[in-house]
Design a protein around this ligand. Structure first.
Ligand code: ZN
Length: 239
């Protein structure tokens, strides 16, 4: 019986390895995608700060232009004030100058606020960049490891390619059908060793009578607890 089971056990090993490899190839790419999405999120956080800085820089332009214009008004007023004849004209010009000075102070205040904001944003940017750069090393390493695992699993699958079909052809048809049925309900593990009277599928003891039959090895024995096909290695059976 054990001889009949040899190819079946080999088939199960191949199928379990292939199943594990296929499962890995389904799961590992998710980890890669996760890492890539973390990197994308970090990049877009940096882009967002850049955009905020650019928007603040843009606000500076018109204010600086107005400041220059205002200075021209003040300079012209300064030149005019020396040539003024009447008190009334003097007071009017003085009022004009006061307004311009007030506006100048106001614009300078606004520019200062914007520049402070830009400084703060630049510091934020540096901080994000620094942490991103150090995390990036770890993320890239992680990703590289996952990609290596994918390549390994692909090589495993490639190595087993066709081997399962070959073994299927050499296993007795009705035994194969039984194996496939059990495999379906037991998530892959259908043929297990029975060591020291214990089924390695469910870790329960097999009744002594059944174990004796198993050792005799003249018929197919199913574990009464988990319904898997069980076998013993001849040397162990004799112990
Ligand atoms: Zn069992």
């Amino acid at each position: 019986m054990k001889d009949l089971l040899t190819d079946l056990i080999a088939l199960q090993n191949v199928e379990l390895e292939m199943f594990k490899a296929e499962e890995g190839l389904r799961e590992i790419p998710k980890g890669v995608e996760e890492i890539e999405s973390i990197i994308r999120a970090r990049k877009s956080a940096l882009d967002a700060v850049d955009e905020e800085i650019a928007a603040l820089e843009e606000r500076k332009g018109p204010l600086e232009a107005e400041l220059t214009e205002n200075q021209t008004i003040l300079d012209a007023a300064d030149a005019r004030i020396k040539r003024i004849k009447t008190n009334k004209e003097y007071l009017a010009l003085q009022r004009e100058m006061d307004l311009a000075k007030k506006r100048k102070a106001d614009i300078e205040e606004q520019l200062l606020t914007i520049m402070e904001k830009i400084d703060k944003k630049n510091m934020d940017k540096e901080r994000i960049q620094r942490s991103f750069e150090s995390d990036r090393v770890i993320l890239d390493e992680k990703k590289e490891r996952l990609l290596a695992q994918i390549r390994e699993l692909e090589a495993v699958l490639e190595g087993y390619k066709g081997r399962d079909e070959e073994l299927r052809k050499s296993v007795d048809a009705s035994l194969l059908a039984k194996y496939d049925r059990i495999k379906q309900s037991k998530k892959g593990l259908a043929v297990v060793e029975c060591a020291d009277g214990v089924c390695m599928g469910c870790h329960m003891h097999v009744p002594p009578q059944l174990f004796n039959e198993l050792v005799r090895g003249d018929k197919l024995i199913i574990c009464p607890t988990c319904q898997r096909i069980i076998y013993v290695f001849p040397e162990k059976g004799q112990e």
